[in-house]
Design a protein around this ligand. Structure first.
Ligand SMILES: Nc1ncnc2c1ncn2[C@@H]1O[C@H](COP(=O)(O)OS(=O)(=O)O)[C@@H](OP(=O)(O)O)[C@H]1O
Length: 377
């Protein structure tokens, strides 16, 4: 009994020492590996430009730039956790903000790889229709790595045509061979000169047209104008949509928001220059209820792999619209801005019905021309 107890004490002492030794060896190995890894990083990366590239930055120190000098013996190196997606995007934003577009580190990085992004005229245009979901379409398609798009509306074919194609090309983002360059300006669809001008630029340009029930579209258009005139007097929708403001009378076809919705008329002009197969009609309504399905059509049309799928979207109940899990510029879930998805004013049912009546024959004609029934009542 006594001998047995002594034996156990001897064993547990031995086990204790073995345990402590192993722990010390492990601790030292981890310390040595980390120190070696961090010290050697600048040499592994060698190129200073590369160290600015965010993916490489993920394991660099957060020390201030002046203390990051490779030759400085007193280099302060702190181990930081790998950058999260949002951290990466934040770094990318900071780097891009401080660099001119052509000289942005990501392009310099690509050039080092022997790739040369250059600014090209667009291969595909979102030509309209205003207030139908054109921004949503552009934001969704630019999630695709093979698509690069101008962020804001360029208005080349309507307002700035006299500036010439070189000016236009410089408004485009640099792209690599094989990437699609895109731009969206919804007013092109209703600009008389736009079809011939786009054709002159490139007769094979792919054209995307987002369309929405013309009655809702007109109200959305009106809401936008009203929102910009907050404190000023503004006539009611009915007063503007009908001649002399009569609710059940004559529709005011000279009022822009009404005229834009006569899609068949505008389409006729485009069809004089472009075959129907070169145009894709995207349903603004489906873009809201089933964005992934509509984006599948868009990717087919552009000859792209289906990269933008259900997993990129979630429905935001507060916004009442599909929003993005992440995008080109942001890695966190986010929705389109406040100017998209505004509350519409109440319009009297009789006025709505009169407008529907007005649009019905034009809508039918549009369905025939496109071969798609958009289901507007
Ligand atoms: N995902 C998502 N989020 C927010 N809004 C969305 C979305 N998808 C489509 N829409 C609809 O887009 C309408 C604005 O259309 P456009 O982007 O073409 O407007 S604009 O012509 O560029 O001003 C906007 O119109 P309003 O609702 O009248 O504001 C929306 O209904």
């Amino acid at each position: 009994m006594f001998r047995h107890g002594l034996f156990l004490r001897f064993i547990s002492k031995k086990v204790f020492f073995i345990f402590i030794s192993i722990a010390l060896i492990i601790a030292y190995t981890i310390y040595a590996t980390n120190t070696c890894l961090v010290r050697s990083l600048p040499y592994i990366l060698k190129n200073d430009e590369l160290t600015k590239f965010p993916s490489a930055l993920s394991i660099l120190s957060t020390a201030r730039p002046e203390s990051r000098s490779h030759n400085n013996k007193a280099t302060v190196v702190r181990l930081v956790p790998l950058l999260t997606w949002s951290g990466l995007a934040e770094e990318q934003r900071k780097v891009e903000k401080n660099a001119s577009k052509d000289g942005a580190p990501k392009y310099r990085f690509l050039r080092q790889q022997g790739l040369h992004p250059v600014r090209r005229l667009p291969d595909a245009l979102v030509i309209g229709v205003k207030k139908s979901g054109t921004r949503a379409l552009l934001e969704f398609i630019r999630l695709h790595p093979d698509v690069r798009a101008a962020g804001s509306e360029v208005h080349f074919f309507d307002r700035h045509y006299s500036n010439g194609f070189t000016w236009y090309r410089h408004k485009m983002p640099p792209t690599l061979e094989g990437q699609i360059t895109m731009e969206k300006t919804p007013s092109y669809f209703v600009t008389k000169e736009a079809p011939v001008r786009v054709h002159q630029m490139n007769p094979t340009t792919k054209l995307l047209v987002v369309v929405r029930d013309p009655v809702t579209r007109a109200i959305s258009d009106y809401t936008q104008v009203a929102s910009k005139r907050l404190n000023k007097d503004m006539k009611s929708f009915e007063e503007l949509a009908f001649v002399n403001g009569s609710q059940c009378g004559i529709v005011n076809t000279s009022w822009g928001p009404v005229r834009i919705g006569v899609y068949a008329r505008h389409l006729e002009r485009w069809l004089k220059y472009f075959p129907l197969q070169q145009m894709l009609f995207v349903s603004g309504e489906r873009l809201v209820v089933d964005p992934a399905a509509e984006m599948a059509r868009v990717q087919n049309f552009l000859g792209l792999k289906h990269v933008v799928t259900e997993k990129h979207f979630y429905f935001n109940a507060t916004k009442g619209f599909p929003c993005l899990m992440k995008s080109e510029g942001r890695s966190t879930p986010h929705c389109l801005g406040k100017t998209k998805g505004r509350n519409h004013p109440h319009i009297r049912p009789a006025a709505l019905e009169r407008l529907r009546q007005f649009y019905r024959p034009f809508n039918l004609r549009f369905y025939q021309m496109t071969g798609i029934n958009f289901g507007w009542s």
